[in-house]
Design a protein around this ligand. Structure first.
Ligand code: TYD
Length: 211
């Protein structure tokens, strides 16, 4: 049984990698559950849609943080912990490190407070392995083929803010990974998907988790 979390900036290829690992687990008859944050339970999915909604009112960064944490507490207690207790592997797309990278790195909220909230929401549950799909912001933007049609000053400012935000998120992930190297596997996500998957599988074999 293993609890593995996949992290990275938008467009880093988490879903493809998770899909590839699932295929290997099926071949090896290993029971598993895939899930994601924010979301993973009906209530947490409702919180997710609140978070991703862009009309009406933009959430304050502290509101945003608390919604991520509320979704997480529900997800941990109703999905992650029960599956781990029954012996399943859990593959989770984003977890507490996203709150650190996006809300502390990106939004500049107090990191220590976020750590405390992470602990509170998870009741201390922590993954066995973090997988960081590391990608430059330039490459991420290219992959999402983001473009603004209009140009002009406002569009430029928006672009720059977006770029700097994601740059801070990426840097924060790298900082988390380097402060706990035994818990993090950092993969260069600019490599082809098959190579990224091969690197993950070889690490899981080295750990003796896969044959
Ligand atoms: P999603 O569409 O799932 O993005 P992705 O496919 O890149 O995972 O949206 C989730 C967004 O929520 C993503 O931009 C990261 C952000 N997020 C946080 O800011 N804090 C968190 O704690 C979590 C779990 C996600």
């Amino acid at each position: 049984m293993a609890f593995i979390v996949f992290e990275g900036i938008d467009g880093s290829g988490k879903s493809t990698l998770i899909q590839g690992l699932c295929e290997t687990l099926v071949q090896q008859n290993i029971p598993f559950k895939t899930t994601r944050e924010p979301g993973g339970t009906p209530l947490a999915e409702e919180i997710r849609s609140l978070l991703l909604r862009i009309e009406d009112e933009v959430p304050h960064p502290r509101t945003e943080l608390l919604l991520y944490q509320a979704s997480r507490a529900q997800h941990v207690e109703n999905v992650i912990r029960p599956h781990l207790e029954s012996g399943d592997w859990v593959l989770c797309d984003r977890f507490t490190s996203s709150s650190l990278a996006f809300q502390a790195g990106g939004r500049k909220l107090n990191e220590e407070k976020i750590r405390q909230l992470n602990d509170y929401a998870t009741d201390g549950l922590s993954p066995d392995l973090w997988v960081l799909l590391d990608l430059t912001v330039e490459e991420s933007e290219k992959r999402r083929q983001h473009r603004t049609d209009s140009g002009g000053l406002d569009a430029d400012r928006f672009e720059r803010e977006r770029f700097e935000f994601h740059q801070s998120v990426r840097n924060h992930y790298l900082k988390q990974a380097s402060s706990e190297p035994e818990k993090w596997l950092v993969i260069d996500a600019s490599h082809p998907p098959a190579q990224v998957l091969a690197q993950l599988l070889s690490t899981l074999k080295e750990k003796g988790w896969l044959s």
